[in-house]
Design a protein around this ligand. Structure first.
Ligand SMILES: Cc1cc2nc3c(=O)[nH]c(=O)nc-3n(C[C@H](O)[C@H](O)[C@H](O)COP(=O)(O)OP(=O)(O)OC[C@H]3O[C@@H](n4cnc5c(N)ncnc54)[C@H](O)[C@@H]3O)c2cc1C
Length: 395
C-alpha cells in the first residue's frame, strides 16, 4: 500500500470526491454527516459541471420527450454542510503523490473517492469525430436534440446509423425513430454491432426478443460488423456496405472518465479500476472507487454499469472512508440486484425482482425509478407524471 502524504502540524485531513454523479452524491451523504461535525476533516468535491444528471433520461432529452431541466439538479443544492465544491475538471491523478490536478493546480488528499463515471470510447476510431454524435452527457444529448430535427426535415430519405447495439444504442434508435414518426417522417435505422448479437451482456433470450422487436420496427441490425470509415456524411461498414448522408450516433462502448491516472493499480480494458471487497483500489488503501469507474467483482463476473450499483457502491465507499478516518473496521460491499429495464420507446424490456416486464408498464416503471433517484422536487413530479402517463398508455 502507498505511504501517506506528509502532514504539517494542525493540518486538516482532506477527502476528495472526484465526480458528483450517482456514486459521488451517495458517498457524500454519509461522509458529510460525519465531517460536518468534525472540524479536523475537510471534504472537497470536484465536478466538471455545476449540475448532476439523470443519465438514463438522455434518450428522452435527445428525442425531445423531456426538457433539459428534468434530468438535472444543481450540485450546490445537494451539498452537506462544510463541503467545498469545485466546479472544475480533474485532468490528472497521481495515486503515489496523493494528488489530483486541475490544469496546473494540484490538490493533495488523504482519502480519494473516484466517482467520475464513464465516457464514450471510440476504440481508436478517429475519423470526423466532430460530426459523430454520442450519448454520454446532457451536453451531448442536447447536441442530438439540436441537430436531429434539422437533419430530418432536410432529407428525402434520412438514415440513422447507430454504432453499438447495447442498451444505449437500442434506446436512442427507438426514441429517435419515434420522434421521426411523430414528425411524419420515415427514417431508415441501422444498428451496427461488432459482436454476434444485440445486448451481448444480457441473456440470449433478451437479445432475441429485442431483435424481433427492432425488426418489427423495420430496423436493420447488422451483427459481426463495425463502421470502418466515415467521411463526415457517409459511413462504410466492414461488410463493404455504404450508407450515404447519415445521422451517425456512436454508442459502441465506454471508458473511465478520467484517463490520466498514474499508480500501480489494476484496471480492466475499459479502464475500470479493480477494487477489493471494501471498494479500495488495488494497492491503495486510501483510494476508493465506486459506480462506473469501479470494476466490482460479483461471483465470476464484474457488475454491469447501472444506477443502482453506483448508488449502493457510493454509499459503501463513503461509509468506509468514515470508518478509515475513525480507525474502525471496514465493511464489505454487498450488491443487491433488483433488476433492470431498457426503455425502447414506446415499449420496453426488463426484469424486476425476477419478474419480466415489457411494454408500457416497463416504460412507466423506468420513469418512476428515475423519479425515485432524482434529487429535485420538480424533477420528481415530472418523472412521476411521465411514469403514470406511460403506464396508462398516454405517454
Ligand atoms: C444513455 C444511457 C442510458 C442509461 N440508462 C440506464 C438505465 O436505464 N438504468 C441504469 O441503471 N443505468 C443506466 N445507464 C448507466 C448509468 O447511467 C451509469 O451506470 C451511472 O450513471 C453511473 O453513475 P456514476 O456515479 O458512476 O457516474 P455518473 O452518474 O456519470 O457521474 C459522474 C460525474 O463525474 C463527473 N466527471 C466526469 N469526469 C470528470 C472530470 N474529469 N472531472 C470532474 N468531474 C468529472 C461528471 O460530470 C458526472 O457528474 C445508462 C447510461 C447511458 C449512457
Amino acid at each position: 500500500m502507498a505511504s501517506r502524504r506528509p502532514r504539517k502540524a494542525g493540518e486538516m485531513k482532506r477527502i476528495i470526491i472526484a465526480g458528483v454523479g450517482f456514486a459521488g452524491i451517495s458517498a457524500l451523504k454519509h461522509l458529510g454527516e460525519f465531517t460536518g461535525t468534525s472540524p479536523e476533516f475537510e471534504v472537497m468535491v470536484f465536478d466538471k459541471n455545476d449540475y448532476t444528471t439523470m443519465i438514463p433520461s438522455l434518450p428522452d432529452v435527445a428525442a425531445k420527450r423531456v426538457g433539459q431541466n428534468l434530468p438535472r439538479a444543481d450540485i450546490g443544492g445537494l451539498l452537506p454542510r462544510r463541503v467545498l465544491f469545485k466546479n472544475e475538471e480533474i485532468t490528472k491523478i497521481d495515486f503515489d503523490a496523493q494528488s489530483i490536478s486541475v490544469g496546473s493546480n494540484d490538490y493533495g488528499y488523504d482519502y480519494l473517492l473516484l466517482s467520475a463515471g464513464s465516457i464514450t470510447n471510440f476504440f481508436g476510431f478517429n475519423q470526423h469525430l466532430s460530426s459523430i454524435f454520442v450519448l454520454d452527457s446532457l451536453t451531448e444529448a442536447l447536441k442530438i436534440k439540436e441537430a436531429f430535427g434539422g437533419y430530418l426535415s432536410n432529407r428525402e430519405s434520412p438514415t440513422l446509423i447507430i454504432s453499438g447495439a447495447g442498451f444505449a444504442g437500442i434506446e436512442i434508435a427507438c426514441f429517435l425513430n419515434e420522434y421521426a414518426k411523430a414528425n411524419s417522417k420515415t427514417i431508415k435505422v441501422i444498428l451496427v454491432e461488432k459482436t454476434a448479437r444485440v445486448l451481448g451482456n444480457l441473456p440470449a433470450a433478451v437479445g432475441g426478443y429485442v431483435k424481433s422487436l427492432t425488426s418489427d420496427l423495420g430496423f436493420d441490425v447488422v451483427v459481426n460488423s463495425s463502421v470502418i470509415s466515415f467521411n463526415g456524411t457517409d459511413v462504410t461498414l466492414e461488410t463493404g456496405e455504404v450508407f450515404e448522408d447519415v445521422f451517425f450516433v456512436w454508442t459502441s462502448g465506454t471508458k473511465r472518465a478520467i484517463e490520466d491516472i498514474s499508480g500501480g493499480f489494476i484496471s480492466l480494458p475499459d479502464g475500470r479500476m479493480r477494487v477489493n471487497e471494501f471498494l479500495q483500489v488495488s494497492g491503495y488503501e486510501n483510494v476508493f472507487a465506486a459506480g462506473d469507474c469501479a470494476a466490482i467483482k460479483s461471483g465470476d463476473a464484474y457488475l454491469r454499469k447501472a444506477v443502482a450499483f453506483s448508488v449502493s457502491s457510493g454509499a459503501t465507499a463513503g461509509k468506509n472512508i468514515v470508518r478509515s478516518l475513525n480507525n474502525t473496521p471496514l465493511k464489505r460491499f454487498r450488491p443487491v440486484d433488483l433488476g433492470w429495464v431498457i426503455p425502447m420507446y414506446p415499449s420496453s424490456i426488463g426484469k424486476l425482482l425476477g419478474v419480466p416486464v415489457r411494454g408500457r408498464l416497463g416504460l412507466g416503471l423506468h420513469y418512476l425509478t428515475c423519479g425515485y433517484r432524482t434529487h429535485d422536487l420538480e424533477s420528481l413530479r415530472g418523472y412521476l407524471a411521465l411514469g403514470l402517463r406511460n403506464m396508462i398508455g398516454a405517454g
